[in-house]
Design a protein around this ligand. Structure first.
Ligand code: DQA
Length: 142
Protein backbone atom coordinates (compact mmCIF):
# COMPACT_ATOMS: atom_id res chain seq x y z
CA UNK A 1 0.00 0.00 0.00
CA UNK A 2 1.35 3.35 -1.13
CA UNK A 3 0.42 6.32 1.03
CA UNK A 4 1.05 10.02 0.45
CA UNK A 5 1.29 12.15 3.59
CA UNK A 6 0.90 15.88 2.96
CA UNK A 7 1.60 18.70 5.38
CA UNK A 8 0.60 22.31 4.89
CA UNK A 9 2.02 25.71 5.83
CA UNK A 10 4.16 26.32 8.90
CA UNK A 11 4.41 22.63 9.74
CA UNK A 12 8.09 22.78 8.70
CA UNK A 13 8.43 24.79 11.95
CA UNK A 14 6.99 22.00 14.12
CA UNK A 15 8.95 21.67 17.35
CA UNK A 16 9.83 25.39 17.39
CA UNK A 17 6.40 26.73 16.59
CA UNK A 18 3.99 27.26 19.55
CA UNK A 19 5.28 24.13 21.36
CA UNK A 20 2.62 24.58 24.06
CA UNK A 21 0.04 23.78 21.35
CA UNK A 22 1.91 21.52 18.93
CA UNK A 23 4.54 19.88 21.16
CA UNK A 24 8.29 19.57 20.78
CA UNK A 25 8.55 16.90 18.08
CA UNK A 26 9.82 18.10 14.71
CA UNK A 27 8.19 17.21 11.39
CA UNK A 28 11.26 15.05 10.71
CA UNK A 29 10.45 13.11 13.91
CA UNK A 30 6.87 12.62 12.68
CA UNK A 31 8.13 11.42 9.30
CA UNK A 32 10.59 9.00 10.92
CA UNK A 33 7.89 7.51 13.16
CA UNK A 34 5.42 7.18 10.30
CA UNK A 35 7.91 5.62 7.89
CA UNK A 36 9.00 3.11 10.58
CA UNK A 37 5.39 2.20 11.37
CA UNK A 38 4.57 1.88 7.67
CA UNK A 39 7.38 -0.64 7.27
CA UNK A 40 5.91 -2.86 9.98
CA UNK A 41 2.49 -2.61 8.28
CA UNK A 42 3.78 -3.41 4.81
CA UNK A 43 3.14 0.08 3.48
CA UNK A 44 5.23 2.95 2.15
CA UNK A 45 4.81 6.61 3.02
CA UNK A 46 5.79 9.47 0.76
CA UNK A 47 5.98 12.33 3.29
CA UNK A 48 5.91 15.96 2.06
CA UNK A 49 5.44 19.50 3.34
CA UNK A 50 4.74 22.76 1.54
CA UNK A 51 3.95 26.33 2.48
CA UNK A 52 2.33 26.81 -0.94
CA UNK A 53 -1.29 26.00 -1.68
CA UNK A 54 -0.73 25.30 -5.39
CA UNK A 55 2.04 22.83 -4.68
CA UNK A 56 -0.29 20.92 -2.36
CA UNK A 57 -2.96 20.93 -5.12
CA UNK A 58 -0.39 19.53 -7.58
CA UNK A 59 0.58 16.78 -5.12
CA UNK A 60 -3.07 15.78 -4.62
CA UNK A 61 -3.41 15.40 -8.40
CA UNK A 62 -0.18 13.39 -8.41
CA UNK A 63 -1.61 11.05 -5.76
CA UNK A 64 -4.31 10.07 -8.24
CA UNK A 65 -2.10 10.01 -11.36
CA UNK A 66 0.68 7.99 -9.69
CA UNK A 67 -1.85 5.52 -8.21
CA UNK A 68 -1.36 6.17 -4.51
CA UNK A 69 -3.80 4.15 -2.37
CA UNK A 70 -4.52 6.83 0.24
CA UNK A 71 -3.69 10.34 1.43
CA UNK A 72 -3.06 11.49 4.99
CA UNK A 73 -3.24 15.28 5.01
CA UNK A 74 -2.64 17.91 7.65
CA UNK A 75 -3.67 20.96 5.62
CA UNK A 76 -2.75 23.27 8.55
CA UNK A 77 -4.20 26.76 8.07
CA UNK A 78 -5.48 25.88 4.57
CA UNK A 79 -8.04 23.67 6.33
CA UNK A 80 -9.98 26.79 7.17
CA UNK A 81 -9.54 28.72 3.91
CA UNK A 82 -8.92 26.53 0.90
CA UNK A 83 -11.66 25.79 -1.62
CA UNK A 84 -8.82 24.81 -3.99
CA UNK A 85 -7.62 21.96 -1.76
CA UNK A 86 -11.19 20.82 -1.20
CA UNK A 87 -11.85 20.74 -4.95
CA UNK A 88 -8.59 18.87 -5.53
CA UNK A 89 -9.49 16.18 -2.98
CA UNK A 90 -13.10 16.09 -4.17
CA UNK A 91 -11.94 15.52 -7.74
CA UNK A 92 -9.88 12.37 -7.16
CA UNK A 93 -10.83 8.84 -6.16
CA UNK A 94 -7.94 8.37 -3.67
CA UNK A 95 -9.40 8.38 -0.12
CA UNK A 96 -8.01 10.92 2.36
CA UNK A 97 -7.99 11.41 6.12
CA UNK A 98 -7.58 14.91 7.54
CA UNK A 99 -5.26 15.06 10.57
CA UNK A 100 -4.69 17.89 13.05
CA UNK A 101 -2.22 17.74 15.90
CA UNK A 102 -4.31 20.08 18.07
CA UNK A 103 -8.03 19.86 18.79
CA UNK A 104 -9.25 22.52 16.35
CA UNK A 105 -12.71 22.43 17.92
CA UNK A 106 -11.35 23.58 21.29
CA UNK A 107 -9.58 26.56 19.74
CA UNK A 108 -10.57 29.86 18.07
CA UNK A 109 -13.92 29.81 16.24
CA UNK A 110 -12.24 30.29 12.84
CA UNK A 111 -10.54 26.90 13.28
CA UNK A 112 -13.82 25.04 13.88
CA UNK A 113 -14.72 24.87 10.20
CA UNK A 114 -12.88 22.66 7.74
CA UNK A 115 -13.41 23.05 3.98
CA UNK A 116 -11.77 19.66 3.50
CA UNK A 117 -13.58 17.45 6.03
CA UNK A 118 -16.63 16.84 3.76
CA UNK A 119 -14.41 15.33 1.04
CA UNK A 120 -12.38 13.18 3.46
CA UNK A 121 -13.15 9.74 4.90
CA UNK A 122 -12.79 11.28 8.33
CA UNK A 123 -10.97 13.74 10.53
CA UNK A 124 -8.60 12.98 13.44
CA UNK A 125 -7.72 15.89 15.69
CA UNK A 126 -6.43 16.62 19.17
CA UNK A 127 -4.42 13.41 19.56
CA UNK A 128 -1.07 15.01 18.82
CA UNK A 129 1.11 13.43 16.17
CA UNK A 130 -0.37 10.02 17.04
CA UNK A 131 -3.20 11.07 14.73
CA UNK A 132 -0.95 10.46 11.71
CA UNK A 133 -0.23 6.92 12.92
CA UNK A 134 -3.91 6.22 13.52
CA UNK A 135 -4.73 7.34 9.99
CA UNK A 136 -2.01 5.03 8.63
CA UNK A 137 -3.34 2.10 10.67
CA UNK A 138 -6.86 2.78 9.41
CA UNK A 139 -5.81 2.63 5.76
CA UNK A 140 -3.62 -0.46 6.17
CA UNK A 141 -6.15 -2.40 8.27
CA UNK A 142 -9.27 -1.52 6.29
C1 DQA B 1 -3.26 22.39 12.66
C2 DQA B 1 -4.42 23.24 13.14
C3 DQA B 1 -4.64 24.44 12.24
O1 DQA B 1 -5.72 25.23 12.72
C4 DQA B 1 -3.39 25.30 12.21
O2 DQA B 1 -3.57 26.38 11.30
C5 DQA B 1 -2.16 24.54 11.92
C6 DQA B 1 -1.99 23.22 12.49
C7 DQA B 1 -2.94 21.23 13.62
O3 DQA B 1 -2.25 20.30 13.20
O4 DQA B 1 -3.38 21.24 14.77
O5 DQA B 1 -1.24 25.05 11.28
O6 DQA B 1 -3.59 21.83 11.39
Amino acid sequence: MKIMCLNGPNLNRLGKREPEIYGSETLQDVENKLVALAETLGATVDFRQSNHEGELVDWIHEAEDAAFDAIIINPAAYTHTSVALRDALGGISVPAIEVHISNIHKREAFRHHSYLAPVCVGQICGLGTTGYEMALRYFTQR
